[in-house]
Design a protein around this ligand. Structure first.
Ligand SMILES: [Zn+2]
Ligand SMILES: [Zn+2]
Length: 236
């Protein structure tokens, strides 16, 4: 049988039936968003804050970072957490594990400039919360990014207590809610630089708590990669 015929049979059995990640309509090509839904996603590839990576109007330090210098060293994010970007993150959290590939496509080039990273880790869930959901989406994406960046996956952060949903809390309440919720072992952290993966950055309070935990145990530098972050001017 010729190679051409084999390919035709394979294409007949497994047609390139790609669908839109947001609305489920066929896209008829290898993109994961239909033209209408693509318009609803704001990709974070223009001006951004050089520290927290949030989309900004100019490449200057955002108001959040000026008011409150983050504990982490730098962060990047692929999309703005609003409309389509929010929809994509929610779908990933609800079980669409395959979406890690598309997110890694966007984050990999943004993470390459981080120097001297010793390993990739992720924001953990408590064992109970992970059992309930079935998987930790941040771990999936961290694994994918680690492979692509040729770095080891180092799951050095441990979640020690359940925390309330951050959404309805004020900044002060968020900080108290998170206080002491992570742990790490000095022997696994000291002298190392980490790239930490999480799904969303809103105020950055979770990222700061994780970075503070790692730095207290002697981490040299802590970078973050988020699927999406809120624009600095928008309070969530
Ligand atoms: Zn669509
Ligand atoms: Zn910033």
């Amino acid at each position: 049988m010729s190679a051409k015929l084999l390919r035709e049979i394979a294409e007949g059995l497994f047609p390139k039936n790609f669908t839109c990640d947001l609305c489920g309509k066929e896209t008829f090509d290898d993109t994961n968003l239909c033209p209408d839904c693509r318009k609803k996603v704001t990709f974070n590839d223009g001006a951004a804050c050089p520290v927290c990576g949030r989309k900004t109007a100019t490449n200057e330090l955002c108001i959040e970072c000026k008011a409150h210098a983050p504990v982490f060293d730098r962060a990047v994010s692929a999309m703005v957490y609003a409309e389509g970007g929010m929809g994509l993150v929610l779908k990933f959290k609800r079980g669409a594990a395959y979406m890690k590939d598309g997110f890694a496509d966007m984050l990999e080039p943004k993470c390459r400039p981080f120097e001297d990273v010793d390993g990739v880790c992720f924001i953990p869930m408590t064992a109970r919360a992970e059992r309930k959901r079935g998987y930790n989406q941040a771990r999936l994406l961290a694994q994918e990014l680690a492979e692509r960046l040729n770095l080891p996956l180092l799951p050095v952060l441990i979640k020690t207590k359940d925390t309330k949903e951050q959404k309805s809390l004020t900044r002060r309440e968020r900080e108290n809610n998170l206080k002491g919720c992570f742990a790490a072992r000095k022997s696994e952290v000291e002298g190392r630089t980490f790239l930490v993966v999480d799904d969303v950055m809103t105020t950055g309070a979770t990222a700061d708590e994780a970075a503070a935990t790692l730095k207290k145990k002697g981490a040299k530098a802590v970078y973050f990669a988020f699927i999406a972050s809120v624009e600095y001017k928008k309070e969530i």
